[in-house]
Structure formats: structure tokens, C-alpha cells
Design a protein around this ligand. Structure first.
Ligand SMILES: [Zn+2]
Length: 392
């Protein structure tokens, strides 16, 4: 594996993080398409499975009342990216104008570096979710394609809940094809929103089931950074287009609760930030760096229980799902680590080329773990099938 030092840009220091507290969990974003009619273009050169994910998603939304149609000159592109060692499924960039709240452009990606993406219906579920973002639907905790905790094999279509939201957004809009060109003015983007599809859970049981290994131990000092974004055609090669900062920590294992581990130390990867290319116009493109809002710097000299998945190809481990990390205090009580416990979401905003860039996580989870003793936690973990007994 090739690694390189990441020189965090000045930009990242200039960013600010804020927790937005919304009065109510609103199910809609501020933006929407001008009407139910909207063009898109699926990137040629992506696998037929990923193409199918996007086209199935379009069919799903169209069956529920949208009119999304393929057009080879559309600026709304649907494609793939290749980010390894991650539970990230997909991403959507939605550009819009804040005077009219009309979407000016969207760019969606399915993560082919997440091996789960090839599972039954998973690409379709992710694509339907990502198009939902562009249409103006927000993450929520209901029976919804916009729920980050959904089962992606079983829930890959807009539910009746989503149809209600969609209807609310698009009620009264008519097709722009029917409107005189003098009435419809092309919109200038003032904002761009970056949305993701990362799985989350409230359930310890699911954290256990998603993990290849569960270990107790300590992070060691220092870390090495590397580019988690790979060449789309070769996962052994890092991408030359953009940079997703992974931080690899040595983790010294005291006990293995689930799975098999060779040796006493493993490499645990933390996704910290990503740089993306934003295309402001035909001629203006810029690289920006946004934080991973789930990121929490690990502490040394503290005991952790970690719920991890293995990346066999690159020989490292990463969080199996959000949340995946529990701290053990000196009295052997545990505390769940996550930035989205009971929150209304966390966001980051900055200005560039007269455009406001928004990086959002609008999910929240319940903490059903903190305050337990370690023994109680491990009893619950081992009660889930497929986990061997904890040896003290
Ligand atoms: Zn999402």
C-alpha cells in the first residue's frame, strides 16, 4: 500500500463546524427541481450493474410520479467513484439558487469501492436515495428510502412516506417543457449541498452483526495518512483526481470478542476529510476540502471496544457502521462515541466563488449503550449469534 503525508490545506483551518438545531425534523430540503420533469445522463463506461442501479432508481421515482428522462447533453450526471475501506455507499452534489430554491445541477455517485454495493438491490437503493437528495428529500428516521439505517437489500424504492414528501414538494409544479422560454430563466447557482449515504444504527445487535471483528484495546501514538480514493479501474492505485484522507492508527489488542485476528496489533482506519472537485461553471473548477463530520480523533491511553470490518485487500480495518466505537472508563463503564447521538445533525459551511458550500449530516442516533458496565455490554454482544464467549 502506498501512503503519503497529507498536507491539510489552509482551507480546512478556515472552515467552521456548527451544530444546527432545527425546531422540527423537517423532511424536505430547501431546494427542488423546477418541475417533475428533469434530465439526467448516466456516465458511459461504468459497469452495467451500476448503470442499472441508476436506471432502476429513475424508474422507481417515475412510477411514483416524477418524469426524469435521459438526455445525452444533460449537465446532471450519475456515475461512480471508488473509495475503499469505507461504509460510504453514495454521494450527491446538489447545486441550487437560494432566491428561487431551484436546482441548477446535480452530480451523483455510487461507491464501487464499497463491496456491499454489488449486493442484491443495494446499488438501486443507494441510487434511489441519492436522487431523492437531488429532488429535495431529507434524511429521516421513518420507513423511508432517505433513512440511513434502512436495509438496503429490502428497501430500494420510494415508500408511501417518500411519495407523500415528494408530492408535497412537487404539488402544483408543471413541466418546464410546457413553459415559454421567456418565463423560465436559467438559474444561477448560489449554493451547493453535499449529501451522503452512510449507514447508521441505534442497535447494538446490528453493530455486532455488521462487524467482522470486535476487539478491546488501545490506540497507539501517531498515525499515517493515505488516499482512500482509488483509481476507478484499479483499487491498488490511489486516485489522481481527488483525495479522501484516511488516518491509519496502530491499535494494540487486549481481547478479541468476535472474529479472528492475526497478531496483537491491527491498523484501524479513520476517514477524516475529503477533497472534491466542484465545477462552478464550464470554465471554473476548484478543489475543496470538507471534513468527515463523523470523525472523532481517537485518544491514546484509553481503552476502547471497536466494532470493525476488515479490508482484506489493503490489510486494514475500519468502523463497521456508525457508531462503531465505545470507550471504557477506569471503573469499567462504557460510553458510546458518535457525533450524531441525539443530534439534529451536524454541518459545515463555507463560501467559494460566490457559492455557499454545505456539507451536512442530518442523521441522529439514540445512545442505548453508555452507562452500562463493560461486562454487561459484552454479555449483550455475545448474546448475538456467531459471537464467541468473552474470556476475562
Ligand atoms: Zn443521504
Amino acid at each position: 500500500m502506498k501512503s503519503k503525508k497529507f498536507f491539510s490545506s489552509l482551507l480546512i483551518a478556515a472552515l467552521f463546524l456548527s451544530s444546527s438545531t432545527l425546531a422540527h425534523a423537517n423532511e424536505t430540503e430547501v431546494w427542488r427541481f423546477y418541475s417533475k420533469n428533469m434530465t439526467y445522463k448516466v456516465d458511459s463506461g461504468i459497469s452495467s450493474l451500476m448503470q442499472k442501479g441508476w436506471t432502476n432508481a429513475v424508474t422507481q421515482w417515475n412510477e411514483k410520479g416524477m418524469n426524469l428522462y435521459s438526455n445525452s447533453s444533460s449537465i446532471n450526471t450519475l456515475g461512480v467513484f471508488n473509495e475503499v475501506s469505507s461504509t460510504l455507499y453514495g454521494r450527491m452534489q446538489t447545486w441550487y439558487n437560494t432566491d428561487t430554491f431551484i436546482v441548477t445541477k446535480f452530480q451523483g455517485g455510487l461507491n464501487i469501492g464499497n463491496s456491499n454495493i454489488t449486493g442484491s438491490n443495494v446499488a438501486t437503493s443507494t441510487a434511489t436515495h441519492e436522487i431523492g437528495h437531488a429532488m429535495g428529500l431529507k434524511h429521516n428516521n421513518n420507513n423511508s428510502i432517505m433513512n440511513s439505517a434502512r436495509n438496503r437489500s429490502n428497501l430500494w424504492f420510494p415508500t408511501s412516506y417518500d411519495v407523500q414528501t415528494m408530492t408535497q414538494i412537487y404539488a402544483g409544479t408543471i413541466g418546464w417543457n410546457a413553459i415559454a422560454a421567456s418565463v423560465y430563466q436559467p438559474q444561477v447557482p448560489t449554493d451547493v449541498n453535499i449529501s451522503y449515504d452512510f449507514p447508521t444504527t441505534n442497535k447494538l445487535e446490528e453493530m455486532v452483526q455488521e462487524s467482522d471483528i470486535i476487539v478491546i484495546g488501545e490506540y497507539q501514538d501517531g498515525f499515517e495518512t493515505w488516499n482512500m480514493l482509488r483509481d476507478p479501474n484499479n483499487s491498488q492505485k490511489e486516485s489522481e483526481e481527488a483525495f479522501v484522507e484516511g488516518q491509519l492508527y496502530d491499535f494494540k489488542i487486549d481481547n478479541v470478542i468476535k472474529g479472528n485476528v492475526d497478531g496483537g496489533n491491527i491498523k484501524v482506519n479513520h476517514r477524516a476529510a475529503e477533497s472534491l472537485t466542484l465545477k462552478f461553471s464550464e470554465d471554473v473548477e476548484e478543489q475543496v476540502t470538507v471534513s468527515d463530520l463523523f470523525y472523532i480523533a481517537p485518544k491514546t491511553k484509553s481503552k476502547y471496544v471497536l466494532f470493525l470490518k476488515q479490508n482484506k485487500e489493503l490489510d486494514n480495518y475500519y468502523g463497521a457502521i456508525e457508531p462503531f466505537s465505545v470507550t471504557i472508563d477506569d471503573n469499567n463503564f462504557v460510553k458510546l462515541n458518535s457525533n450524531i447521538i441525539g443530534s439534529e445533525g451536524t454541518s459545515q459551511e463555507f463560501q467559494l466563488n460566490n457559492v455557499t458550500v454545505h456539507n451536512d449530516i442530518l442523521d441522529s442516533i439514540e445512545d442505548n449503550i453508555s452507562g452500562m458496565s463493560l461486562e454487561e455490554l459484552l454479555n449483550k454482544v455475545t448474546a448475538v449469534g456467531g459471537v464467541k464467549g468473552y474470556s476475562k
